[in-house]
Design a protein around this ligand. Sequence first.
Ligand SMILES: Nc1ncnc2c1ncn2[C@@H]1O[C@H](COP(=O)(O)OP(=O)(O)OP(=O)(O)O)[C@@H](O)[C@H]1O
Ligand SMILES: [Mg+2]
Length: 352
Amino acid sequence: MSSKAFDPKDSGTTETSAEDLRARAETLPGSSGEAPQGVVTTATGSLRVPGPATTTMGVVERHDDLGGEPVLAFQDVDVRFATEFGSVHAVKGVTFDVKPGEVVALVGESGSGKSVTSSTAMGLLPPSADITGSVKLGGREVLTMTDSQLRSIRGQDVAMVFQEPMTALNPVLTVGDQLTEALQLHGLAFGTEATKRAVELLTMVGIPDAADRLKQYPHQFSGGQRQRIVIAMAISCSPRVIIADEPTTALDVTVQAEILELLRSLKDKMNTGILLITHNMGVVADMADRVCVMLHGELVESGTVQQVLQRPQHPYTQRLLAAVPRLGEALETAEPEPVTSTQTAVKYAIEA
Ligand SMILES: Nc1ncnc2c1ncn2[C@@H]1O[C@H](COP(=O)(O)OP(=O)(O)OP(=O)(O)O)[C@@H](O)[C@H]1O
Ligand SMILES: [Mg+2]
């Protein structure tokens, strides 16, 4: 383990190795992972607070373990969309959960229902969605929340990081304005205190010269830096859960590793649960504690990362893993089966 001190000036560059990032993360305040409940870590030290951290000026809160209870729980979640072509059954009775400090990877082919499932936790689905079942955030039912309750949990209890950072950033507002807006909206910090906190957050996610860069616009940052800013916004209100939907797919491989390392270090510091949606089985092996596999809207397999990656039970998971290239090995692709007339009928999710 390196003892290299954290120097914001040399962070955020593509030359940074994962080793460097890990070392840096460990030198960040509160990174010992031992901050007791009620202690809020800030870039300038720790302060003991009487109530929840959301009423303080601290940068991030370390959440408690909830006695092993999940921080996010999907129970029999079913989603149908009414469309002009009929009903689309996108999610079919999905049950799984995420515990504090845990990374649960949600994998599955395109259109299998990963984003729709995770969006239910933010109340982000359009009115055309008919959702049944239960989605609980820290024990509170999300599906029956009013719009104002949903607005208050977004950011505060659950935050989302999407594939393309520009979709989450406003191109005509400075990064500083966007960061301070989130803090003010949730009543966490105002005026110069909010600016100070924004600097601390940017520094924390590895953006050098944060005070100056707050005055810049999103297009003046690299793709990797933009995703760091989105992550800074996501953690600004110390959410209990971060949903990361393909957070690194749009980035090059080196930057991908840095962003994942950043998410991991923040998770360790804050004891946040992470629901990580990804197509990349390497990322799953590297990051996840547990894995859920979706196919055609159903959860077909779930288990610890060792169970699922080493002894996949469902044929789809087996195919998914067989398709991962290994260095020095030929791809294990099965001989294509002869096409019969019955196989040419494609089953769509649309039920008419
Ligand atoms: N607003 C909507 N109206 C109708 N159908 C929708 C809507 N949103 C999603 N769907 C459908 O729901 C299904 C699941 O979509 P979802 O976005 O969850 O897939 P995904 O697993 O996230 O795929 P990808 O890996 O490509 O992101 C798809 O068939 C999609 O077309
Ligand atoms: Mg998706």
